[in-house]
Design a binder for this molecule. Structure first.
Ligand SMILES: CC(C)(COP(=O)(O)OP(=O)(O)OC[C@H]1O[C@@H](n2cnc3c(N)ncnc32)[C@H](O)[C@@H]1OP(=O)(O)O)[C@@H](O)C(=O)NCCC(=O)NCCS
Length: 373
């Protein structure tokens, strides 16, 4: 007999093992393979952290240079994929574009054997920014951009393609931090989706395509876009406070706040918040930052709800001129590392994931004849 459900959403239930990260464990907050998130964000580039998550250790200087060069060589897109991207309309959601792009790539560069899993993952890491920006610039500006830039980093490559010019050092630095913060987060919804798919011994592209679909929702990765849509409607901190009080009275969900695992703080928030402030000073848009801070204060005062990783990401991305609808795809560019590492971990010690359900339907009954229904 299966156990009864202890709560909705499988909250707090252990669904498997991982050596990749800890989330919200007392005293250790968020760690990737034993390193604290702040330590990583303060001292590493995203590619170092991707290497850590995927290959198990922080690279030395030579390994990092080699890994970055390998990723840089893989930025190009097959012509057939470009043709598909050109057919997707401007008003499509970029997460749908990315989901299709990943799926098409899986047809063109299929993972034939699990021995290829690292190569397939590196290819996706290298070319997902190209997929997003190629579609975005073609559908919005009518331009077939060059996706093989010589930028040093994945974040720099993305900003360069998006804006058509090399990014400022501060912006490239913030992209490193942002991609590090989003890279891995234990058994969140999209990662669990990827692991369930992997447990059937499916291919890497299917696992990632499913995970993209799961990340798309506003209760998960889509929260950074939803937070931006909200804060840009506020004209000042006082206006933000007034409108948020109304939203709380109407019991609306405020995106970018709360978390399924953390109870009083998301360790990623302090980190991205600091960078958002620095960007606000650089671009001279201190109002949006002040609005965001007021939202944070109101939510804590009224509901004891805290900003999660998404809330100050919204203003940070906005200050770097990134269109709101591209926010969640950036999350994909990063979380891909966590997804792929979880797929590899699942494959290394696999049993198909197949939980039971608590049945709440009809008692056993007989099928009535069709003319008696
Ligand atoms: C993240 C989230 C899905 C976690 O859901 P959860 O684990 O079910 O949330 P909790 O159990 O902590 O919720 C406790 C209470 O706070 C409320 N609450 C939680 N987050 C809230 C928010 N962002 N705005 C308003 N109320 C919120 C819940 O509705 C619930 O109220 P109730 O007891 O009256 O029903 C939820 O906080 C949320 O929807 N946040 C907004 C979306 C978001 O930012 N997602 C990104 C996550 S990184």
């Amino acid at each position: 007999m299966a156990k009864q459900l202890s709560g909705a959403g499988l909250r707090g239930q252990v669904a498997g093992k991982t050596a990749l990260s800890t989330v919200g464990i007392a005293g250790s907050g968020l760690t990737y393979r034993g390193y604290d998130i702040k330590d990583l964000a303060d001292n590493c580039q995203f590619e170092e952290v991707a290497h850590l998550i995927l290959k198990g250790h922080l690279p030395n200087q030579g390994e990092l240079a080699e890994y970055k060069a390998l990723l840089q060589r893989q930025r190009g897109l097959p012509q057939a994929l470009k043709e598909v991207l050109e057919r997707i309309p401007k008003d499509a959601h970029p997460m749908d574009v990315l989901r299709t792009g990943c799926s098409v790539l899986g047809n063109l560069e299929t993972e034939e054997s699990f021995d290829d899993q690292q190569t397939i993952t590196d290819r996706m890491l290298a070319c997902f920014p190209s997929i997003i920006c190629y579609w975005y610039r073609f559908s919005h500006d009518g331009e077939r951009i060059e996706v093989e830039t010589d930028d040093d980093s994945i974040g720099g490559h993305f900003l360069h393609m998006l804006h058509g010019k090399k990014p400022e050092p501060l912006h490239e630095q913030v992209m490193h931090v942002s991609l590090i913060l989003y890279a891995e987060h234990e058994f969140n919804a999209s990662t669990f989706t990827a692991r369930v798919c992997a447990s059937t011994l499916s291919d890497m592209h299917s696992c990632v395509t499913g995970a993209i679909g799961s990340l798309r929702g506003p209760l998960h990765g889509g929260a950074n876009e939803a937070a931006m849509d909200m804060i840009e409607k506020f004209s000042s901190p006082d206006d933000a406070e007034k409108q948020m009080m109304g939203m709380l009275e109407r019991k609306e969900k405020i995106m970018g706040f709360g978390h399924a695992v953390y109870s009083d703080n998301d360790p990623r928030n302090d980190i991205i918040k600091k960078w958002s402030k620095e960007l606000s000073e650089q671009v001279g848009n201190e109002n949006l930052y002040a609005i965001s801070e007021r939202c944070e204060a109101v939510m804590w005062r009224e509901k004891k709800l805290f900003c999660n990783a998404d809330f100050f990401h919204a203003s940070a991305y906005n200050f770097m001129g990134i269109p709101t609808k591209l926010f969640t795809p950036i999350f994909v560019m990063s979380r891909l590392t966590g997804w792929a590492a979880h797929v590899m971990e699942q494959r290394a010690d696999n049993r198909i994931i197949r939980p039971s359900a608590e049945y709440t339907g009809e008692e056993l009954r007989q099928v009535p004849a069709i003319d008696a229904r």
